[in-house]
Write a protein that binds this ligand. Structure first.
Ligand SMILES: Nc1nc2c(ncn2[C@@H]2O[C@H](COP(=O)(O)OP(=O)(O)OP(=O)(O)O)[C@@H](O)[C@H]2O)c(=O)[nH]1
Length: 380
């Protein structure tokens, strides 16, 4: 084969630049496709949409989870009448944009560019008020999901069956079953059974909303399997029963080991984080309430110990273990040290990838603007 008819190889002088250029463009396309880039601003953040009928509880969810608003204060929230965008960047792992939509969106309104919005979306949370009649909500859910899926089939569709605080346990399960069945039947009738909807029972009056949000956010972390593996290795080497990696600011857990999570354990973790921050604020030295030295041990009863340790500026590991295992604290601390170093590496790689993507995005944007300027100055 002559040099001219073979495909260029990565060692060839010219092809190197060609391949680089191709990769860059390709990666940008992929990023925009996957919804990880706001190509105009150069920002690289997954976008989470909060949608649903009026008064279903969207703004309350956002305020309680990300602004520490107390649930009772949400009674005074005014209706949202335009899209509210917010950046959530407490740690490198919990970094995304939330878009809170007004209740009534008209997909036929030409000023609402839903194609652009869905193209850049990682997760769409549809909130249904479980205390209200949900027939209209279900038809809106169907319309929204089918429109979004056509534009971007990679979106995670999350349905929050919300305000379940007013319902008995039996009633909650009954509602979930009914909503699940009707929503999936509607999709099957439209020949779209391949669309997967995840359902959560939520309320701002307990921890369920934080737990549900944790699961939504985890799906947007590409490194999740690595984090879970590291936690699995850490707990099995240290005799620990359950471990979580928490974002201390939002109390969203970004990963846990592969054993199942129960609500009570999750609530205890949230309470422990609150206690640590509160005590540190009241009795700690001036400065940040959470830093490299942050650590807490709580003996729950005669058999279980909770152990919290700082991992990074915004992340804490909270774990549960038996008292006998805690007697080997030296071994746990050694394993924790290795775990922390590994997390730091994952963290650094992620940061580098994010910076590179941002750079690529900005470079591409300036290339596009210089091309359009050139076209404007040269009409031929
Ligand atoms: N019982 C109960 N009430 C809730 C819950 N979440 C929100 N609410 C109440 O629901 C009402 C409406 O909440 P909003 O957050 O304003 O609803 P929204 O969906 O943003 O409304 P629009 O901006 O009009 O689209 C408020 O009075 C909240 O206090 C919940 O989990 N349980």
């Amino acid at each position: 084969m002559s040099g001219s008819d073979r495909s260029p190889l990565p060692g060839d002088e010219d092809s190197d630049t060609g391949l680089d250029y191709y990769d860059e463009e390709d990666e940008m396309e992929a990023l925009v496709e996957l919804g990880f880039s706001d190509s105009l601003s150069g920002e690289v953040k997954p976008r989470i949409l909060l949608m649903g009928l009026r008064r279903s509880g969207k703004s309350s969810i956002q305020k309680v989870v990300f602004h520490k608003m107390s649930p009772n204060e949400t009674l005074f929230l005014e209706s949202t009448n335009k899209i509210c965008r917010e950046d959530v960047s407490s740690s490198s792992f919990v970094s995304f944009q939330i878009w809170d939509f007004p209740g009534q969106i008209d997909f036929f309104d030409p000023s609402f560019d839903y194609e652009m919005i869905f193209r850049g979306t990682g997760a769409l949370i549809f909130v249904i008020d479980s205390q209200d009649d949900y027939v209209e909500a279900l038809s809106r859910l169907h319309l929204t999901v089918t429109r979004a899926y056509k534009v971007n089939p990679d979106i995670s569709f999350e349905v929050f069956i919300h305000k379940v605080d007013g319902l008995s346990d039996d009633h909650k399960i009954e509602k979930q079953r009914d909503i699940h069945k009707r929503a999936n039947d509607d999709l099957a009738d439209a020949g779209l059974e391949k669309i997967h909807l995840s359902f959560y029972l939520t309320s701002i009056y307990d921890h369920s909303i934080f737990e549900a949000f944790s699961k939504v956010v985890q799906k947007l972390i590409p490194q999740l399997p690595t984090l879970e593996n590291l936690l699995n290795i850490f707990i099995s080497n240290s005799g620990i029963e359950k471990a979580f990696l928490f974002d201390v600011v939002s109390k969203i857990y970004i990963a846990t080991d592969s054993s199942p999570v129960d609500m009570q354990t999750y609530e205890l973790c949230c309470d422990m984080i609150d206690v640590v921050i509160d005590i540190s604020c009241i009795y700690g030295e001036a400065g940040l309430p959470y830093d490299k030295e942050s650590m807490a041990i709580i003996h729950l009863n005669n058999t279980t110990v909770m152990y919290l340790k700082e991992v990074t500026k915004f992340l804490a590991m909270v774990c549960f273990l038996r008292k006998e295992s805690f007697e080997r604290k030296g071994l746990i601390d050694y394993n924790f040290h290795c775990f922390k170093r590994a997390i730091q590496e994952v963290f650094d790689v992620r940061l580098k990838v994010q910076q590179n993507r941002k750079l690529l995005s900005q470079r591409r944007w300036s290339k596009l603007t210089s091309m359009s300027n050139g076209a404007a100055s040269n009409p031929h």
